[in-house]
Design a protein around this ligand. Structure first.
Ligand code: ATP
Ligand code: MG
Length: 569
């Protein structure tokens, strides 16, 4: 595991832009774009690209476009287009009136292709896809020229126009750029730039039966939109010569492609193809399943846009790939919610407690501050009565040393309430299981009373007659292996415990009408969010975003100690 420090995030791309501004390369403009292919939902890796592209534009007072890279016709795209727009907006970015589709430029791309043909820089090739691959050669062997490479301009133009007119079946012909079959870069060995596909397109319908390839469409789209810095991930580094070739041969405005390292997170997969398998094969409940690394999954889990942007800032932008620890993402949401989230009481696995010396018909309204670190959140009233519930794990009949919770004869404080003492244990006659505790309370010890005595343990609780029943969903990593991509089948290491549903949790009454999407800290359990889909007024459903224990903070402390030991300071 390694992680770029945030100094790096004053990043190398910004250095390039600073230079370009100095030399006035683009007339002082900074114009980026985020170019998703609408073939799935966005994931946290895309968030890195979104923050970089929109964030860079923001930083320099420039512009950032949203462009759907829809050069490959597919059916389900409309759902994806909508989800992508929603996710970019939710992250807090705005493309203004600059929403583009690569398909808007199909006519222009076609004209440019004719221009290349007329210049002797492109030809129609009749080799089959297998033959093209075979002729291409390998890294160690040069390619061979296609027998169709030297067709006349007239013949090429005629064939290309007839390709467009629909005269030829799929796969029978392609248009190729005429570059160099001996190039050391395979992408430059006469790459295919148009193929025949008799397929409906979600925007252009059946107007086209030839479609441009990504490597041809992308530089042209960037050029038409006036992009200055075309930021993409490193797998496109070897494609940059082709990007430059297309624009130079056409003699049109030429943006600069810059590559950065894609985000990898441990314990997850990030390719849309794999995420789609998880959805379609029912391993998760949908693209927005709270275990998914998609933006919509993270949102439903309870992540805030602020936390995700903070995460993208902290991981920085570098040239070489690394794997980021998912604990850092979790650290970011804890940091964001620490002061924002009200801290309330929820009993996830209830154990009944009867306070024998508390009057049966009495109910007290106790006061509890909502966040001791942020008094601005104020306080709420919490009902207290003779019968309450505590967490099952907070009682042990034969406790080990240093167990400061409840056990026979011991005392604990109930948060915001009184000190109680366990005087008797009631069991199920058949199973022997503890089903109820009998306790007494000390009326002199109400929280906030001056001079009240202290005990070691404090427990959360809810009043039995006032509590609200809720379903609570606990999550773990979706995969048991750090790098699922290394497995023969990544689905073989899906974590069977990634979702645990607790259906008889009890919450303090103020949470009955929690708004879907509202976030709380459940004291001692972590941060939770009312589910955006399933939570209803009166019947709340909560997702645990993260437990409280911060393993990232622990990793950083250990790192620091190591460093201090090494430098003796
Ligand atoms: P996937 O492999 O997940 O399908 P993709 O690269 O095909 O991703 P696109 O829709 O083409 O997905 O990506 C849109 C933009 O987001 C591209 O500029 C791409 O480089 C960037 N991007 C995709 N994945 C990551 C990632 N893991 N980290 C950073 N940027 C990414
Ligand atoms: Mg792609």
């Amino acid at each position: 595991m390694s992680i770029a420090s945030s100094e790096l995030s004053a990043n190398f791309i910004h250095n390039i832009i600073n230079q370009d501004l100095e030399t006035n390369k683009y007339g002082g403009r900074v114009h980026t774009r985020f170019p998703p292919e609408p073939n799935g939902y966005l994931h946290i890796g895309h968030a890195k690209s979104i923050c970089l592209n929109f964030g860079t534009a923001e930083k320099y007072g420039g512009l950032c476009n949203l462009r759907f890279d829809d050069t490959n016709p597919a059916k389900e795209e409309v759902e994806y287009v909508q989800s992508i727009m929603r996710d970019v907006r939710w992250l807090g970015f705005d493309w203004g009136d600059r929403l583009y589709y690569a398909s808007d430029f199909f006519e222009q791309m076609y004209e440019y292709a004719e221009q290349l043909i007329k210049a002797g820089k492109a030809y129609v090739c009749d080799l089959s896809p297998e033959e093209i691959r075979e002729y291409r050669g390998t890294l160690t062997e040069p390619g061979r020229e296609s027998p169709y490479r030297n067709r006349s301009v007239e013949e090429n133009l005629d064939l290309f126009r007839r390709m467009r007119a629909g005269e030829f079946p799929d796969g029978s012909r392609v248009l190729r750029a005429k570059i160099d079959m001996a190039s050391g870069n395979l992408n430059m060995r006469d790459p295919v730039i148009y193929r025949i596909m008799h397929a409906e397109h979600h925007r252009t319908g059946d107007r086209w039966c030839i479609y441009p390839m990504y490597d041809y469409a992308h530089p042209i789209s960037d050029s038409i939109e006036g992009v200055t810095h075309s930021i993409c991930t490193c797998e496109f580094e070897d494609h940059r010569p082709l990007y430059d070739w297309v624009l130079d041969e056409l003699g049109i405005y030429h943006p600069q492609q810059i590559e950065f390292a894609r985000l990898n997170l441990n314990y997850t997969v990030m390719s849309k193809r794999k995420l789609r398998q998880l959805v379609e094969q029912g391993y998760v409940g949908g693209w927005d399943d709270p275990r998914m690394p998609t933006i919509s999954g993270l949102r439903r889990r309870g992540y805030t846009p602020e936390a995700i942007r903070d995460f993208c800032e902290r991981i920085g932008v570098a040239k070489c790939e690394s794997v980021v620890d998912i604990a850092l993402l979790e650290h970011c949401i804890r940091e964001d919610l620490n002061l924002k989230a009200p801290r309330v009481m929820a009993v996830l696995r209830p154990l009944k407690v009867v306070i024998e010396n508390y009057p049966e018909d009495r109910v007290e309204e106790l006061e509890g501050e909502l966040n001791p670190e942020n008094p601005a959140l104020g306080s709420r009233r919490i009902p207290f009565s003779r019968e309450i519930y505590i967490e099952r794990d907070d009682f042990m009949e034969n406790p080990p040393k240093k167990f400061f919770r409840l056990s026979p004869g011991s005392e604990v404080r109930l948060k915001h309430a009184y000190i109680i003492k366990c005087v008797r244990v009631i069991r199920d006659e058949k199973t022997g299981e503890v089903i109820e505790l009998r306790c007494t309370f000390d009326p002199e010890t109400r929280s906030g009373l001056p001079g009240a005595r202290k005990v070691k343990g404090t427990l959360h609780w809810v009043s039995a007659q006032h509590a609200v029943k809720a379903e609570v969903r606990l999550y773990e990593n979706l995969f048991t292996k750090e790098n699922p991509d290394e497995e023969e089948d990544f689905k073989s290491c899906i974590n069977p415990d990634s979702l645990k549903v607790l259906d008889s949790c009890l919450l303090e009454p103020g949470l009955a009408d929690a708004e879907p999407g509202a976030r709380y800290q459940f004291i001692r359990h972590g941060y939770f969010c009312a589910d955006l889909v399933d939570s209803k007024k009166g019947a709340p459903v909560f997702n645990r975003i993260v437990p409280l224990k911060d393993s990232w903070a622990k990793i950083m402390r250990a790192e620091q100690e190591k460093r201090q030991a090494a430098y003796g300071s």
